[in-house]
Design a protein around this ligand. Structure first.
Ligand code: GTP
Ligand code: MG
Length: 213
């Protein structure tokens, strides 16, 4: 009787320890339009058959945090369970007039700007909850800016392992070297989320990062 109680007690503790480790929260962070949702969609589609959210050439398409639970990523002979967290793009300045050039009505543009601002707050709020973060950058853009530095600074302060993805390497203007030079202390993986290029190296880096927890 007592033995059984003991056994159950330890079984519960072990299973809790195990389940705590079982699903790592993998956050996708970065500036708007970099390809966070495109990458998260590709992963979710490959391993669950379903996508996580909508993609658009208009910035701030994602304005709420979106999740996909129990995404079991298989890479070579390894398997790991993740909760994929796609976040609204972080920006320092959100101006509704920027949306007008996408032929959006003023009212809709203003609403989008308001929601995008709330989205930035939500992204930052959730940062603390992440086990591992992938920062997705558009490799055709200049990496030296306030937003990228702020995101990385926040992650360093919280001791959250970081991987940097240089996305859109299918474009001629893409410059991975510039991103590597901007963030020399981080792993930078060049990929194309749209065309599924170099995802193997991406998965390998994610697994290596997850080991650091
Ligand atoms: N050429 C190219 N375009 C890409 C790639 N990945 C994403 N895009 C395009 O970039 C645009 C933005 O992609 P999203 O995935 O919506 O970007 P996001 O980072 O989620 O953007 P927000 O939700 O606004 O923060 C879309 O037009 C995508 O089709 C890529 O690897 N190559
Ligand atoms: Mg998005």
């Amino acid at each position: 009787m007592v033995m059984n109680a003991f056994r159950n007690f330890f079984a519960r503790i072990f299973s809790r320890m195990f389940s705590k480790k079982k699903e790592l929260k993998l956050g996708f962070y970065g500036p708007p339009n970099a390809g966070k949702t495109s990458l998260a969609n590709r992963i979710c589609k490959d391993f669950t058959g379903e996508e996580i959210g909508s993609v658009s050439k208009i910035p701030h398409e994602t304005r709420n945090i979106q999740f996909k639970e129990k995404v079991e990523i298989k890479y070579k002979d390894k398997t790991m369970m993740f909760k994929i967290v796609d976040t609204p793009g972080i920006a320092t300045k959100i101006d509704y007039e920027d949306f007008l050039k996408f032929r959006m009505r003023k009212k809709e543009a203003k609403e989008r700007a308001k929601e995008a601002t709330q989205g930035v707050v939500e992204s930052i709020k959730w940062l603390d909850d992440m086990d591992v973060v992938v920062i997705v950058l558009d490799a055709t853009e200049n990496p030296y800016n306030q937003v990228n530095l702020t995101i990385i600074g926040n992650l360093v302060a919280r001791k959250i392992p970081v991987l940097i993805v240089a996305n859109k390497v299918d474009l001629k203007k893409a410059n991975i070297k510039k991103i590597e030079a901007a963030f020399p202390e981080y792993d930078v993986v060049g990929i194309s989320a749209r065309y599924g290029k170099n995802l193997e190296e991406f998965y390998e880096s994610v697994f290596n990062l997850a080991k650091k927890i």
